[in-house]
Design a protein around this ligand. Structure first.
Ligand SMILES: NC(=O)c1ccc[n+]([C@@H]2O[C@H](COP(=O)([O-])OP(=O)(O)OC[C@H]3O[C@@H](n4cnc5c(N)ncnc54)[C@H](O)[C@@H]3O)[C@@H](O)[C@H]2O)c1
Ligand SMILES: N[C@H](CO)Cc1c[nH]c[nH+]1
Ligand SMILES: [Zn+2]
Length: 426
């Protein structure tokens, strides 16, 4: 891992490369994705099957996974794993149930009735990644908030590389009550959900994480359908002082690196000795780790240890990076946490490894990446709800507020607007 010091002359140039929001969106990916989307829009199931054969080495007869297939595979999930899924689901549900918002309804001082109702989306697509690893945890994080919001139709896609699926994914689907499942992934799955095919009816919104192809496909279908946020290749930024065990921090950095060659891991510390200890620990772990992504050159390009003279300096750097996950491994982490403006999710103290949040802390692990935490938030119940507002005047209240509306309509040069109010005032 490269070591950068904020006092170096070229620090700002090097830091800029870490901040680049183009890390996961190469021209190559957006061009490939555009072609896949256009092809699926025209050729439907046939195109989805072609790409699934090419990218997932899976020659599907049917995109849909039958009830029997799901049940047979789900029963292969070991009992201890099923119990852990159920435990995780309980914690995720408990946190997300607290998010359900209240409708608004009141009559104002002049007698106008006003209201705002939260309405669940009717049909959503949830993307469960499955290229390099399988993600039953992402299935729970996607589906449980949708269920709590009251979504009627939840359509899940999950790639099945080589025609295989981890039984734990299908057990998680049963825990979450997801039944409409298609064994497809990547941009072709996003296209099928957005445009529909012969065998998949289109949805209104697509949520969920995925690699650079999935993230780019969600960007490109936005407008045809809603999307949650860009939840692409994982990121972690650890702020740690020298009182930490370097091995613990090294594992934390690698926990996100192992997701993807485009993942990003950054440590900010105020101790050069500690920085060197963590770099060494990372190298030692990588040498013995079976996961290939962490050793890849592209991961190393986006990974760094930044040496600051005071940990207070970490805050402006962090807010610029807007990382998916932040760990604050310091005493009194709340002091730093209160100053964070841009991050997906924050983990406080030395005993809250980010991996706990990945599985069962409670908050959602589907979080904005590629600096989109500047304007977006993690998945929540709100993503599955929309709002409709209501307004009711009576003859008296229209008299009271109508004249100002006529004045504004005339000021905008829109006489029919003015007329539709004034005819009611006579
Ligand atoms: N930000 C979050 O909230 C969050 C949560 C969980 C996982 N993740 C991320 O999800 C991702 C999972 O990635 P994954 O690859 O394991 O699974 P994935 O399901 O996202 O991607 C697999 C699909 O990518 C497509 N693909 C692969 N190579 C391609 C190519 N050359 N051309 C066109 N399409 C291609 C294939 O269609 C394949 O089905 C990781 O990047 C991980 O960091 C993010
Ligand atoms: N760290 C991922 C989000 O970036 C979520 C995850 C699922 N399983 C393991 N990790
Ligand atoms: Zn993870």
């Amino acid at each position: 891992m490269q070591l950068l010091q904020t006092t170096d002359k070229d620090f700002s140039v090097k830091f800029k490369t870490l901040v680049s929001d183009r890390r996961e969106v190469t021209v190559d990916v957006s061009g490939t994705v555009r072609e896949i989307l256009a092809d699926v829009k025209v050729r439907g199931d046939a195109a989805v099957k072609d790409y699934t054969s090419r990218f997932d080495r899976n020659n599907l007869q049917s995109l849909h996974l039958s009830e029997t297939f799901i049940a047979e595979h789900a029963t292969q999930c070991p009992a201890d794993v099923l119990a852990a899924l159920e435990f995780a689901a309980e914690r995720i549900v408990a946190f997300h149930e607290k998010q359900v918002p209240q409708d608004i309804g009141y009559t104002d001082a002049v007698g106008v009735k006003l209201g705002l109702n939260w309405i669940a989306l009717s049909q959503v697509g949830i993307y469960v990644p499955g290229g390099r690893a399988s993600y039953p945890s992402s299935l729970l994080m996607n589906a449980l908030p949708a269920k709590i919001a009251g979504v009627e139709r939840i359509v899940m896609t999950v790639p099945m590389p080589g025609g295989e699926i981890n039984p734990v994914v299908l057990a998680a689907a049963q825990v979450a009550g997801v039944t409409e499942i298609y064994g497809i992934g990547g941009a072709q799955a996003i296209a099928a959900l957005a445009y529909g095919t012969e065998s998949i009816a289109p949805v209104d919104k697509i949520v969920g994480p995925g690699n650079a192809y999935v993230a780019e496909a969600k960007r490109q279908v936005f407008g045809t359908v809603g999307i949650d946020s860009i939840a692409g290749p994982s990121e972690i930024l650890v702020v740690a002082d020298s009182q930490n065990n370097p091995d613990w921090i090294a594992w934390d950095l690698l926990s996100q690196a192992e997701h993807d060659p485009s993942a990003q891991s950054i440590l900010i510390t105020d101790s050069e000795i500690f920085a060197q200890q963590v770099i060494k620990a990372v190298e030692k772990i990588i040498a013995n780790l079976p996961t290939r992504e962490v050793a890849s050159a592209s991961w190393q390009n986006y990974a760094a240890v930044i040496l600051v003279s005071d940990l207070a300096e970490s805050i402006p750097l962090l807010n610029q990076l807007a990382p998916e996950h932040v760990e604050l491994c310091v005493d009194n982490p709340q002091l730093l946490a209160d100053q964070i403006k841009c991050a997906g999710s924050v983990f406080l103290g030395r005993y809250t490894p980010e991996a706990i949040g990945d599985y069962l802390g409670g908050p959602n692990h589907i979080l904005p990446t590629a600096r989109s935490a500047r304007f977006a938030s993690g998945l929540s119940v709100y993503d599955f709800l929309k709002r409709i507002t209501f307004l009711e005047c009576n003859q008296e209240s229209l008299q009271t507020i109508g004249k100002a509306a006529i004045t504004l309509a005339e000021a905008e040069g829109l006489p029919a607007h003015a007329g539709s109010v004034s005819v009611r005032l006579q």
